[in-house]
Ligand binder design. Structure first.
Ligand code: FAD
Length: 405
């Protein structure tokens, strides 16, 4: 059996970040990182479409936490210890500059996730972190004063361990045996499948700012909306998928949404349509796009309102005006299933947050057992927030491991 001071289980974002922070402070500690794959950092590699959306330009903890459907309350304290500004500085100190895009997402200036991977591998090497690939952890046992970790390639003993295995059911089972409870995993960050003539054949169309409600729930969101080959995507939908992860899973991903494409009330919209009926009397409705909505979407909504391509504004009857106002401000769509959002997807669920001390990221149940990243029941909307959770947890866990007796 090989004796170590600290064993980190999982060579992903959180595992590497913690290992580096520990070894940098105390290079003579024996820190070993166990990774089941033949390489680590696989998700970092594919993240953000290969560009790695490292964090988000949101610098107020109270605002930052709003992006976490699970973990909102718990992360407030940790973000006062280490958050986005610290992430930017951490990488800058190691030669990795991050840039901010218009929507607040932050990426390495190189636009390549490999920059982040290279940084981690170089730092781990520099400070002597022992990284063991092809070491899948099979069992964790708490002995009197250490942890016995059984892997596919032998056993290790460690005084302190950090579990950073992401969303991994096998490890959650092991943690249950150590006394932890696990919030049932369900997918988060997905797009909605919809078959509907109003969005058929117009993939790529973006409505810049819509409001979406899930009927029969309190779920609603606003933001850009993208029409895809399969249905709807973009932040307005992804936010709903994250905040509604549990509720939508319970409904087996079959539910109705109501979209307000122009963020106007039905009545105000109807009034403006009545005015347009006068002003544009001789023009066809089809060809006179209004409200700054994309032309192809306007065409679809007009045709869905009992009109033809030739109908003129002057000819509109009350029902047609009301139907168009309704299509613009309260269009109901039937969602039937979900699809993966390829840029970023995460799992809601994981180690119950009540069982964690968020000042240290140590288990409240098992002393010297620490957690960071997605293994916990924390997840965020898209935009770099999921990695920020990994960096924050890993940084604080590393500090606590160094400071604890
Ligand atoms: C396609 C995609 C793109 C994404 N893009 C972004 C993005 O741009 N920005 C963002 O903020 N978030 C993004 N995310 C989410 C983000 O990747 C995760 O939230 C983050 O990687 C979680 O880090 P982690 O270290 O907790 O877990 P992971 O990165 O999943 O790492 C866990 C590691 O543990 C290892 N492991 C698991 N079980 C064992 C075991 N038994 N023994 C040994 N090792 C084990 C795994 O092999 C893995 O290497 C994306 C996710 C996906 C899937």
């Amino acid at each position: 059996m090989i004796q170590k001071d600290v064993v980190i289980i999982g060579g992903g974002a959180a595992g590497f970040f913690a290992a580096i922070n520990i070894s940098e402070q105390k290079p003579n500690l024996k820190v070993t990182l166990l990774e089941r794959g033949k390489e680590g950092l696989a998700k970092v590699k594919v993240s953000g479409g290969g560009r790695c959306n490292v964090t988000h330009a949101e610098f107020i903890p109270q605002d930052l936490i709003q992006n976490y459907p699970r973990g909102e309350k718990e992360l407030l304290g940790p973000f006062h210890q280490f958050m986005t500004g610290d992430t930017i500085e951490w990488f800058a100190n190691r030669g990795v500059e991050l840039k901010i895009e218009d929507d607040g997402r932050m990426f390495p200036v190189s636009n390549s996730s490999q920059t982040i991977i290279d940084c981690f591998l170089n730092e781990a090497d520099k400070y002597g972190v022992e990284v063991l690939y092809n070491h899948a952890v099979k069992n964790i046992e708490r002995t009197k004063d250490a942890f016995k970790i059984e892997t596919s390639q032998g056993e290790f003993l460690a005084e302190k361990i950090l579990v950073a295995t992401g969303s991994n059911p096998k490890i959650w089972n092991l943690l249950e045996r150590l006394g932890h409870s696990i919030a049932q995993p369900v997918p988060s960050l997905f797009t909605f499948n919809i078959i509907d003539e109003r969005i058929n054949d117009i993939p790529g169309v973006v409505a810049k700012n819509v409001e979406v409600k899930v009927l029969g729930t309190n779920l609603w969101s606003e933001g850009p909306l993208l029409i895809t080959h399969w249905g709807l995507s973009a932040p307005s939908i992804l936010k709903l998928s994250a905040f509604g992860a549990l509720e939508l899973a319970e409904r087996n991903y079959k539910f109705e949404i109501e979209i307000n494409f122009i963020k106007m009330t039905f009545k105000d919209c109807l009034d403006t349509l009545k005015a347009l009926k006068q002003d544009l009397a001789k023009k066809t409705v089809f060809k006179s796009t209004q409200y700054d909505i994309p032309k192809r979407l306007w065409h679809k909504l007009v045709l869905a309102s009992n009109m033809t391509m030739e109908t003129r504004w002057a000819d509109l009857n009350k029902l047609q005006l009301e139907t168009l106002a309704s299509q613009l401000t309260q269009a109901v769509f039937q969602v039937d299933g979900k699809s993966t959002f390829k840029e970023e997807f995460v799992t809601a669920g994981g180690v119950n947050l009540k069982e964690i001390n968020f000042k240290t990221f140590e288990s409240r149940i098992v002393k010297h057992l620490y957690f960071a990243g997605e293994v916990l029941n924390i997840d965020a909307v898209t935009g770099g927030f999921n990695f920020q959770n990994a960096w924050t947890g890993a940084y604080i866990a590393a500090k606590s491991i160094l400071n604890s007796e």
